[in-house]
Design a protein around this ligand. Structure first.
Ligand code: SF4
Length: 142
């Protein structure tokens, strides 16, 4: 028998949330939230329920690993959940709990994103010791 959860769903399919397998998870963590469709940012404010919906389509894709609603810009509307559709309507509205969670994440995410920007800029430069000019006398430097 394959492992099942308390609702008799296969745990390999329903053991994680959409959010945990979403390509946009890093955007959420850095408080980068989209306010319009077509954006590569996290779409939680456009109605994505991924943080609480148990479904691994983001990791599995729809076919041959391609797709997954939130990965391609479609807010997760909870279609794999027992309470669908009633508990997830109206679709495309920000989930009630997201207002609190995104406010909390914004405090942390905006700070961390700014700090990462400094580190990233530094890491994108070659170390000084690799410069061909290192060790040259000032008169020899180009
Ligand atoms: S798009 Fe949805 S599932 Fe993906 S990171 Fe944002 S809230 Fe989570």
């Amino acid at each position: 028998m394959i492992p099942l959860d308390e609702l008799l769903r296969p745990t390999w399919l329903f053991g994680q949330t959409v959010h945990e397998g979403c390509d946009r998870g890093g955007r959420y963590e850095q408080a980068e939230f989209a306010d319009e469709y077509g954006s590569p940012l996290c779409i939680v404010k456009l109605g994505c329920w991924g943080p609480v919906v148990q479904c691994n389509v983001g990791k599995r894709g729809w076919m041959n690993g391609v797709g997954g609603c939130a990965n391609v810009g479609g807010p997760c509307i909870g279609c794999a959940m027992p309470g669908f559709p009633d508990k997830f309507m109206p679709f495309m509205d920000e989930p009630p709990g997201a207002k609190l969670s995104t406010s909390a994440v914004s405090l942390y995410g905006n700070t961390v994103r700014a700090l990462r920007g400094f580190t990233q800029a530094s890491m994108n430069r070659e170390p000084v010791w690799r410069s061909p000019d290192v060790g040259l006398a000032p008169s020899e430097a180009p």
